[in-house]
Ligand binder design. Structure first.
Ligand code: ASP
Ligand code: MG
Length: 427
């Protein structure tokens, strides 16, 4: 008998029918003899709809009230799920984040978990109940207010519960079958991975892969939680995300250890924009000035390229999430004379392609494969950046899908058949 934490995303509990289907899955796990704790997201697009409503009544909703509002989405699904389980003859009890002991800092809309005290959950488990917890929300002890963890936060709730309860596994259910070598919507020949290292998963998630949230993977990595990403719509196993030193459960069952591929996957990101500050005086301190201004605007800088200067002036290009670019441009324009640059150019027609693999540490020639594939495809590269286990390039957005397919093939990642996509959002 194991303790299993399961997380169901909004697409898995979008309506009454899906809630019943999820209830059945939970009950099946219980019938198999396991203790079950469930973290659930708000139904379908509820969170987006609540956000829209808030914006209709107030241009800038008060953060405290916004959290009161948004946290209600998960209360609806948790109660309905508990009821559905009751009607199947099983005992279930739902808990809000604060009842579950999800203690956070006081940062509304982006709260961080600081402690988990699942006293009531343990009691309920001891009494034989299935436990349902509202995802995405917590409670701050100083302000005594409800907080939310940021979009997609239910993954983090699930992982934090798994850590606090020392669960055997944290199963994250969505409408995709697991972690793929690429987004199957972009690359139909993408293959489902048996397992992936948490470090690789973090790089993929940070570079556009949407199937798991970065913070949840980080939390799992830090606390040694085994994640199993799988689909609500099929019974087949998904992908295990393995932290350092963690054993692949399938190998423990006797399968031969597999040779790790050099490249784990290819990520695509259409969400970045490029800003070029041109005619920057080529003297010490200018980059510091520019990126201080950008940071103050709240924009999160990703790639940076500085050109060689010929005339005592240089160009600096960088990328930021599209949503941050207007703010960064405005902030820079406001300080043009102080910094002394000549021009600002905004380009939101870019796409970012990343190749990720822990094998890059020990194998040479990995980037050469990427550049050759792009060159053979006649695709122009605009920026390049690397980490120890990742190579990323910025391209025209219209080239990104084709480039990703070419590169996926070049690394030998193509599967024999097309991946099934359950026409969903991946959440
Ligand atoms: N309902 C929240 C959101 O849509 C949290 C989640 O789905 O994980 O962002
Ligand atoms: Mg959601």
């Amino acid at each position: 008998m194991a303790l299993i934490v399961q997380k169901y995303g909004g697409s898995s509990v979008a309506d009454a029918e899906s809630i019943k289907r999820v209830a059945k899955r939970i009950v099946d796990t219980r019938r198999a003899g396991h203790d079950v704790v469930v973290a659930v997201s708000a139904m379908g697009d509820t969170t987006d709809e609540l956000l829209d409503l808030a914006n209709e009544v107030a241009p800038i909703p008060a953060p405290r009230e916004l959290d009161m509002l948004l946290s209600s989405g998960e209360r609806i699904s948790m109660a309905l799920l508990a009821m559905a389980i009751h009607s199947m003859g099983f005992e279930a009890r739902s808990f809000t984040g604060s009842q579950a002991g999800m203690i956070t800092d006081s940062q509304h809309g982006a709260a961080r978990i600081v402690d988990v005290t699942p006293v009531r959950l343990r009691e309920a488990l001891d009494e034989g109940a299935i436990v349902i917890v509202a995802g995405f929300q917590g409670f701050n002890r100083d302000t005594r207010d409800i907080t939310t963890l940021g979009r997609g936060g239910s993954d983090t709730t699930a992982v934090a519960l798994a850590a606090a309860l020392s669960a055997d596994v944290c199963e994250i259910y969505s409408d995709v079958d697991g972690i793929f070598t690429a987004d199957p919507r972009v690359i139909p020949k993408a293959q489902k991975l048996d397992h992936i290292g948490s470090e690789e998963m973090l790089e993929l998630a940070a570079n556009g892969a949407k199937v798991l949230y970065i913070r949840a993977v980080e939390y799992a990595r830090r606390h040694g939680v085994l994640i199993h990403a799988r689909s609500t719509f099929s019974s087949s196993e998904g992908t295990y995300v393995l932290g350092e030193g963690m054993k692949n459960p399938r190998e423990a069952e006797g399968a031969a250890p597999m040779e790790e591929p050099i490249v784990a996957g290819v990520a695509t990101d259409f969400g970045q924009a490029k800003i070029t500050v041109s005619g920057v005086p080529d003297v010490p301190g200018k980059a510091a000035e520019i990126f201080k201004i950008v940071a103050k605007s709240g924009a999160n800088v990703d790639m940076i390229v500085q050109n060689v200067s010929a005339t005592g002036r240089t160009d600096i290009s960088f990328t930021v999430p599209k949503a941050d670019s207007a703010g960064a441009l405005k902030a820079l324009a406001g300080e043009q004379t102080e910094v002394g640059f000549q021009n600002l150019v905004h380009d939101d027609q870019i796409g970012k392609l990343s190749v990720v693999g822990a094998g890059m540490r020990t194998h040479s020639g990995v980037s050469a494969v990427l550049f050759e594939a792009l060159s053979a495809g006649g695709i122009n590269i605009e920026m390049i950046s690397t980490s120890e286990i990742r190579i990323s390039v910025v391209l025209r957005d219209t080239d990104l899908a084709e480039a990703a397919r070419t590169v996926h093939t070049a690394y030998g990642l193509d599967g024999d058949s097309e991946a099934t996509v359950h026409a969903g959002t991946g959440r």
